[in-house]
Structure formats: C-alpha cells, structure tokens
Design a protein around this ligand. Structure first.
Ligand code: CU
Length: 147
C-alpha cells in the first residue's frame, strides 16, 4: 500500500515537471513567434509598404480630364491622357443625366459619383454612357486614348 502511495506522489511530481517543461516550451514558441513577427515587420515593412500603399491609398491626381455629356453625346469624340499617370476623370452632365463607363479602366461614373482618379496603361479605351438616358443613349460613346 505504502509503495503505491509513493509511486503516486512520484508520478505527480513528474507530471508537474512535465507541465513546467511544456509551459516553458510554449513560452519559448510564443517568444520566437513574436520575434519573427517583429523581424518580418522590420525587414519587410519598408520593401512591401510602398506597393501596398499604392494599392490602398487613393491616387493623387496630377492631371484632370473633364468629360462633358449632353443629349446625346460627349463633348469630344476622343480624349487623350498620359499613360501611367494619375488622372482625375470627371463627368459633367451639361444636359440630361448621363454616366460614363470606361471598359478595362475600372471607371464608372454617374450623377452620384462624378469623378475617379486612375492611372492607366497605354491603349485605347472605350467610353460609353452607362445610364439609360433616352433615345440617343446608344450613340453616346467616345474613345479614351492613353499614350
Ligand atoms: Cu445614356
């Protein structure tokens, strides 16, 4: 009987030791992880930071392009802007209620949202009215030339 008790106490003692070791290991792992995170943010922060902020922060326009719409045309058949340059594209409805959609440029403007800043690759983009504005709606198209 006594032998068993001692064995039990001894076993408990070992368990405590093990728990202690496990806790130490966990702590070490947490510290390692924390150190890794710090190291990564310190090293990678600057390198990736610029790219990320370019995607997240709004572009600051260096130029403006005003597209005026009336019934049922845009004020120019072609608009030209420089490539890879932040340009604010602004819709002005001079007559009627029209919108602008530029395929492949991620631009959709209307009376509620009248401008957007974009930086585009070179190419020719199609500008269309995206508001069903009346009889001449389908004629409302123009070109955006980015060069
Ligand atoms: Cu329209």
């Amino acid at each position: 009987m006594i032998g068993r008790r001692w064995a039990g106490v001894a076993a408990r003692g070992k368990n405590k030791e093990r728990e202690g070791i496990v806790i130490h290991k966990k702590l070490a792992a947490i510290l390692c992880a924390a150190a890794l995170v710090l190291a990564l943010s310190a090293c990678g922060g600057n390198g990736n930071g610029n790219e990320e902020s370019a995607g997240e922060t709004p572009l600051v326009a260096e130029q403006n392009l005003v597209i005026k719409a009336s019934n049922w045309q845009f004020d120019q058949p072609e608009y030209t802007i420089p490539k890879n340059t932040p340009v604010e594209i602004k819709l002005v409805n001079e007559q009627g209620a029209h919108g602008i959609q530029i395929k492949g440029a991620g631009v959709k403007l209307n009376a509620a949202k009248t401008s957007k800043v974009v930086s585009l690759d070179a190419g020719t983009y199609e500008i269309k009215c995206n508001v069903v504005c009346g009889t001449g709606h389908l004629n409302m198209s123009a070109k955006l030339i980015v060069e």
